[in-house]
Ligand binder design. Structure first.
Ligand code: PLP
Length: 392
């Protein structure tokens, strides 16, 4: 089928929830994709921060193929070796003692909210269920995580009622947070760098003060690292940049390298409260996804993390001297590009026509390239973006 046939087939049947770009992709290698019409695309998106090891990583392909051939799923009524191995690996690497495995970022955040409420219930009794989140945050599309998301634009009336138990405060404002804390509050949840909100890094001093406030008031601190995690910022998880460890950390996107997996990490005393029957997921801890996730973690060593920092700095330098670029922000290979006039979505659409996949976030261009992108692939992508911006 050619590109137009694929697009017509999809548009004829899928709910119209997505504004697709005009490209149908059939295969990939590294950070380079091939379209159904034979065109080549450089990928600055990783499928929205997912394909950390790019496309066709031989070790990942072997691990998931072997596991699929051997045992694809067994449910959480029984034990599976790759699930056990991944659970041990991720807890050892991160220093959190407990993990719940699920299938997406929204589910990871659902688990974080339940875990925080359970901890408060066990330690303080009923009535401490409110979670404070930040204005401009993004935590997912389920009803609870959508409610947690502090963006009015994502709370249309048609989906009401939203869930009770959430409050929103502006990022960076310690006083506003202090004022919002009352006896009903059990936790504060934030993204170290707001991704969908426009690549907005939290200030180190703010994050430190939030931790202090949580400690002083007996609240749990939850970091949503669904986008910032898995090496994206040059550390395994972005909290390491801040030296501020949360009590609960959620991850998804990059950890599966393209297979659906999410996780909610917690320190021992917090995770231990989620006893048998408290939570569950049919697909959670799927052996195939876990076999792949083990490879992702093994490959994310200090050398690869140093490369993320180097390549991120290079991209930042090259982007900042392009026409119409007002500012570049972010960390590592999670970058947002503020433009001085051109519409980011229109620029992204023109890039696709010329062979570059690039994301937007609010009014910014956003880059989340595969962590393994080569220098030559970066050059090709940057050249396309530079030409598009020069024509604006
Ligand atoms: C993408 C994202 C989510 C939602 O993840 P899904 O896998 O789409 O459910 C939640 N939080 C953050 C910070 C994200 O970037």
């Amino acid at each position: 089928m050619d590109s137009n046939q694929i697009i017509a087939q999809a548009d004829g049947s899928l709910m119209p929830t997505y504004a697709h770009f005009n490209a149908a992709i059939v295969s990939g290698k590294g950070a380079t994709l091939t379209g159904a019409d034979g065109r080549t695309y450089t990928d600055f998106t990783s499928g929205i921060g997912v394909n950390a090891l790019g496309y066709g990583d031989p070790d990942w392909v072997r691990a998931v193929s072997d596991q699929a051939a051997r045992l694809q799923h067994i449910s959480n009524l029984y034990y599976a070796p790759s699930t056990a191995a991944f659970a041990e690996k991720i807890t050892r690497r991160t220093g959190f003692e407990r993990v719940f495995l699920c299938n997406s970022g929204a589910e990871a955040n659902e688990c974080a909210v339940k875990t925080a409420r359970k901890y408060a219930y066990d330690h303080r009794g009923a009535g401490h269920s409110t979670v404070i989140t930040l204005i401009n945050s993004f935590h997912g599309r389920s009803m609870v995580t959508l409610t947690a998301t502090g963006q009015e634009a994502l709370h249309p009336e048609c989906f009401a009622p939203y869930n009770p138990g959430f409050k929103y405060v502006p990022a960076g404002d310690v006083q506003a947070l202090e004022d919002a804390v009352d006896d009903t509050v059990c936790a504060v949840m934030l993204e170290p760098i707001q991704g969908e909100g426009g690549v907005m890094p939290m200030e180190a001093e703010y994050v430190r003060r939030v931790r202090e406030l949580c400690d002083a008031r007996g609240l749990l601190l939850i970091f949503d690292e669904v986008q910032t995690g898995v090496g994206r910022t040059g550390k395994l998880y972005a909290w390491e940049h801040y030296g501020v460890r949360p009590d609960i950390l959620t991850s998804a996107k990059g950890i599966g390298n393209g297979l659906p997996i999410g996780l909610c990490l917690a320190r021992e005393a917090v995770g231990a409260g989620m006893t048998a029957g408290m939570h569950g997921s049919t697909f959670g801890g799927n052996p195939v996804a876990c076999a792949g996730a083990c490879v992702v973690l093994d490959k994310l060593d200090d050398d690869l993390l140093a490369e993320v920092t180097r390549k991120g700095n290079y991209l930042r330098e090259q982007l900042s001297i392009m026409k119409h670029v007002q500012a570049v922000r972010g960390m590592g290979m999670m970058l947002g590009v503020e433009l001085d006039g051109p519409d980011a979505k229109a620029v992204a659409a023109k890039c696709v026509e010329k062979g570059l996949l690039i994301l937007t976030a609010k009014t910014l261009l956003r880059l989340l390239p595969p962590l393994v992108i080569t220098d030559a692939e970066m050059e090709r992508g940057l050249e396309i973006l530079k030409n598009v911006l020069e024509e604006e």
